[in-house]
Design a binder for this molecule. Structure first.
Ligand code: HEC
Length: 257
């Protein structure tokens, strides 16, 4: 409780300094399995709903081939904006100039949004729009007050008031809608960290080699220590022999000098 209060105070202070928004809404956790098929599903949804406005310029289209999509699928389903090049980063359909005219600011590039804000924030943001007739677009957001982005997912997820009353139900069930938003978040998480699956696959071999080296090092250690005796026990035959042998060697050496 104390800790929560302190964190709240810290978030408030940062908010006052304009460094970070103080979240009035607790963040929800998206529920998805982070694997290649979830990311592909999210990429398709992103192309359908978000690419009109947002670039993901650090992710090349052909990266999706490494997840299992074919070039033809990428061209047909993902590279919707005109002028897209499979060897270049994901670009928006809208020009920056038009976007500025319509929204007052260009929609941000989402390459690193999950790294910057966390998957939970992005998920909560996408599911926290509410109808606000006072806003120019008609939309507001619980975790991003006075946001300039319209709630383009409203036809699927429904339209709510600030207090959560349904103004217009969505086309999809809440469960199906939340699953799709989670897939979009999975895609954006991948975009923030596109080597993740290669790392995971490589990681298995690296761990295997380390286990193998540990076993070899242990066997080597056993082999070395076989000849080394424990603490001195007076009167032990081996011990006195050893002393004798080294004494002889020492004498031999001084003799040659
Ligand atoms: C009609 C254009 C448009 C579409 C379509 C759109 N957005 Fe946006 N989005 C914007 C604008 C404009 C902003 C900037 C909002 C602001 O700064 O007030 C924004 C902001 C965001 C942010 C916050 C970025 C930040 O820097 O904090 C996220 C995340 C985001 N959009 C995700 C999405 C996703 C995911 C989709 C698809 C489901 C999507 N957007 C579809 C216009 C759009």
């Amino acid at each position: 409780m104390m800790r929560k209060a302190r964190l709240g105070a810290l978030a408030g202070a940062l908010g006052l300094l304009g460094m970070a928004p103080a979240f009035a809404t607790p963040l929800a956790t998206p529920s998805y399995t982070f694997n290649k098929s979830t990311v592909i599903a999210g990429a398709r949804l992103f192309a359908d709903h978000c690419s009109a406005c947002h670039a993901v310029s650090n992710l090349r289209y052909d990266r999706l081939e490494s997840l299992g999509m074919t070039k033809a699928e990428i061209k047909k389903d993902i590279m919707l904006p005109g002028g897209a090049n499979i060897l270049k980063g994901m670009r928006p359909t809208m020009t920056q100039a038009d976007a500025k005219k319509w929204f007052g600011l260009p929609p941000p590039n989402l390459s690193h949004i999950v790294r910057a804000m966390g998957a939970r924030w992005v998920y909560t943001y996408l599911t926290s729009f509410y109808w606000d007739p006072k806003r120019p677009s008609g939309w507001n957001n619980h975790v991003f007050p006075n946001v300039a982005m319209p709630n383009i997912l409203a036809p699927w997820g429904g339209t709510y008031t600030k207090t959560g009353k349904v103004l217009q139900p969505g086309r999809e069930t809440p469960a199906a809608y939340h699953k799709e938003v989670a897939e979009i978040v999975a895609f954006l998480r991948y975009a923030s960290d596109p080597s993740v699956f290669e790392r995971r696959e490589l990681g298995r071999y690296v761990l295997g080699v380390m286990v193998l080296l540990t076993v070899l090092a242990y066997l080597l250690k056993k082999e070395y220590w076989k000849d080394v005796h424990g603490p001195e026990k007076p009167g032990e035959e081996g011990h006195s022999q050893d002393v004798g042998a080294s004494k002889k060697r020492r004498e031999g050496r001084s003799g040659t000098r």
